[in-house]
Design a protein around this ligand. Structure first.
Ligand SMILES: NC(=O)c1ccc[n+]([C@@H]2O[C@H](COP(=O)([O-])OP(=O)(O)OC[C@H]3O[C@@H](n4cnc5c(N)ncnc54)[C@H](OP(=O)(O)O)[C@@H]3O)[C@@H](O)[C@H]2O)c1
Length: 417
């Protein structure tokens, strides 16, 4: 197989190529096993196999040759575009999605750059027990918008039909070990690809007539799902008469843009946030009532004492919890959305302020339906910073690492015939 490097020519050492070869074979084996397992119905299995028989056998996808520990600082990502990756067939409870657009989330390159401890690093739990996210797993990418290519057995209740427009994240529960789940993930993350598997009980559906084009739904899954989940843990939905003020540390990125809109949609009366001045008008238009310039003073310094009910740190500076306590009212909450940058909760919270141990969103159909509904009614809209071809993924990751984007980078996937 010839895998042209993406933009930057990388001399791949033999052991890396070997690792990829093994992983690709493993992928084929997993796809085969999944397709044959636990359908509960021979007829259903046969139908799924028939549906898969009409699909191409191989596809174009971005593969990683293993981790790029210095990738985030050197730009030396070990990513390659391959055009002979086997197309998986959905197993029980799975949908095969023909991916139109995927999106860059910081977690994509943080996994690759070895920023995330524990389940990928092999610190705890043992990665051997969780093979889906081992370092030599070639799969990359979580979020997608696309159409249903094939539906696995056990998905009858979800109203999914071939050709239907869907969005979501490929991997459910990848934070599994931290939230007590026995497995890291039920599906390998793999949406930087022409086809990818998703769970039918978590996938979102785009309604006909939605004001947002299908491709832009790829901006939703991780950012909107996480923002929704974090706000819910903070007490949302609220009644307007509760007069709730929500503080969002970082307003203009993928999660901030979703959190501002969702906080308002879920009943917050006031939303305060911080961003560079060039983004202030946009954030006000999306619902933010107060937007500070964090270059002048970070939110935790710039807001008056006891002025906020629920503070969410979606940036992750070390020491934020200590500094944030001043502005949170007794009875309020402080939540960190893990960014793996050295952030931590404080040992000395203000009396009456609860620190909420948040980990990450596990996609569900119920949550996806709520988010779809908000998009359809114009209460939640994606903001696209840039659209790039999938082949430019390394450039896209470099932009994401630089951390100055407004909204999301979408990656357009070349469409199979
Ligand atoms: N644990 C989870 O489940 C989870 C889920 C999603 C995201 N995350 C993490 O949450 C973080 C945010 O994600 P994201 O997708 O929103 O990232 P992002 O899109 O890369 O965020 C970029 C934004 O950060 C802003 N920013 C830069 N420096 C800042 C500062 N000092 N204070 C406030 N804002 C600043 C920039 O604002 P300006 O352009 O205005 O300067 C830019 O708009 C990431 O670390 C991500 O890994 C965790």
């Amino acid at each position: 197989m010839i895998d042209p490097p993406l933009h930057r020519p990388l001399a791949l050492p033999a052991f890396v190529l070997r690792a990829v070869g093994i992983s690709t074979l493993a992928l084929v084996a997993v796809a085969g096993l999944v397709a044959g397992s636990g359908s509960g119905s021979v007829v259903a299995s046969a139908l799924v196999s028939d549906a898969c028989a009409t699909l191409p056998s191989t596809m174009t996808a971005v593969l990683t040759s293993g981790s790029s520990p210095d990738g985030a600082t050197s730009g030396g990502w070990n990513l390659r575009l391959s055009d002979d990756v086997p197309v998986p067939c959905p197993g029980a409870g799975q949908v095969l999605v023909k991916v139109l657009t995927t999106a860059v989330n910081p977690v994509d390159w943080k996994l690759e750059a070895e920023w995330i401890p524990g389940y990928v690093r092999g610190v705890a739990p043992d990665p051997a027990a969780n093979p889906a996210l081992r370092l030599d797993d070639p799969a990359v990418g979580l979020d997608f918008a696309g159409t249903v290519a094939a539906v696995g057995s056990g998905c009858e209740a979800y109203g999914l039909v071939v050709g239907g427009e869907v969005w979501g994240e490929s991997t459910r529960g990848y934070m599994g070990p931290w939230i007590g789940s026995p497995s890291i993930t039920e599906l390998p993350g793999f949406m930087y690809a022409q086809y990818g598997l998703a769970a039918c009980d978590a996938i979102g559906v785009r309604a006909a007539g939605s004001p947002v084009p299908l491709r832009e739904y790829a901006a939703l899954p991780v950012p909107a799902g996480t923002a929704f989940d974090a706000l819910r843990m903070s007490g949302a939905p609220w009644k307007k008469e509760d007069n709730v003020t929500v503080a969002v540390a970082s307003g203009a990125g993928g999660t901030g843009i979703m959190m501002i809109q969702l906080a308002k949609a879920l009943g917050a009366r006031t939303v305060v946030t911080a961003a560079s001045p060039r983004n202030h008008d946009l954030l006000r238009a999306l619902g933010a009532d107060v937007v500070l310039d964090y270059h002048e003073a970070e939110l935790w310094e710039g807001m008056p004492e006891n002025s906020v009910d629920h503070a969410i740190d979606n940036f992750g500076d070390p020491g934020t919890a200590d500094r944030a306590m001043r502005i949170i009212r007794p009875g309020g909450t402080f939540l960190i959305m893990p960014a793996f940058k050295g952030e931590s909760y404080t040992d000395t919270p203000k009396p009456g302020v609860t620190q909420l141990p948040y980990l990450g969103w596990t996609a569900t159909r119920a949550d996806s339906d709520v988010l779809s509904g908000l998009v359809e009614t114009g209460k939640l809209r994606p903001v696209i910073y840039r659209s790039m071809p999938l082949a430019e993924v390394t450039d896209a990751w470099d932009i994401s690492v630089a951390g100055k984007l407004t909204g999301k980078i979408l990656l357009d996937v070349p469409q199979a015939a």
